[in-house]
Design a protein around this ligand. Structure first.
Ligand code: GRF
Length: 195
């Protein structure tokens, strides 16, 4: 079975979406470990409630190496609202084995400094008529890796940044599961073909 490590910094609703998808047999995977760079991230509580091992590794020097130590034997890494930047070396080692969820229709509203409410504020300020979320492979270029799945939603001219965030969050939960299904299915097909 595919083993996942999930890296988080916040509330962990995307982590919860993965936990639920596994519990409901929608994903043939297990979460081996959840790592947070924030000690008080609610995501850690969600993991503990589901008996998943957790680690707090604070942001700072050696973060990527310390994470690498905790994820031995893992097949894929999911960045589910993880706010620290991982080293180039780490990104290269996990090339096509690490995904990220971003709350916009990349390549729009991506890159350094574009995260969380900053994205939704910019979307509203620019009077966009649609927004959405993207799951993509992680490379050393922030938000720049190949797109795996995108989901979109229509925006109303009255939508506040909070309203946009709520619409986008719902899409994130759906497409994160879809992206993982896609990755896991293609890995299973590869394994069958090499047998
Ligand atoms: C999401 O909006 C995700 O796109 C971004 O960080 C947020 C995390 O939300 N990278 P949650 O902690 O999963 O609720």
């Amino acid at each position: 079975m595919v083993k996942l490590a999930v890296l988080v910094s916040g509330g962990g609703t995307n982590l919860q979406a993965i936990i639920d998808a596994i519990a409901n047999d929608k994903l043939n995977a297990c979460i081996s470990v959840v790592i947070s760079d924030k000690k008080d991230a609610f995501a850690l509580k969600r993991a503990e409630k589901s008996n998943i091992p957790t680690y707090h590794i604070p942001k700072g020097k050696g973060l990527s190496d310390k994470i690498a130590d905790k994820i031995k034997g893992v097949d894929y890494i999911v960045l589910a609202g993880f706010l620290s930047i991982l080293s180039t070396n780490f990104c290269q080692q996990w090339n096509k084995k690490m995904i990220n969820i971003h709350p916009s229709l990349l390549p729009k509203y991506g890159g350094k400094g574009m995260y969380g409410m900053k994205v939704h504020n910019a979307v509203v300020a620019n009077k966009e008529q649609e927004s959405g979320a993207t799951v993509h492979w992680v490379t050393e270029t922030i938000d720049g890796g190949d797109i795996i799945v995108q989901g979109r939603c229509k925006l109303d001219s009255k939508d506040t940044p909070d309203a946009v965030a709520e619409k986008v969050h719902k899409i994130e939960h759906k497409i994160l599961t879809e992206a993982l299904q896609k990755i896991i299915t293609s890995k299973e097909t590869d394994i069958k073909q090499t047998k």
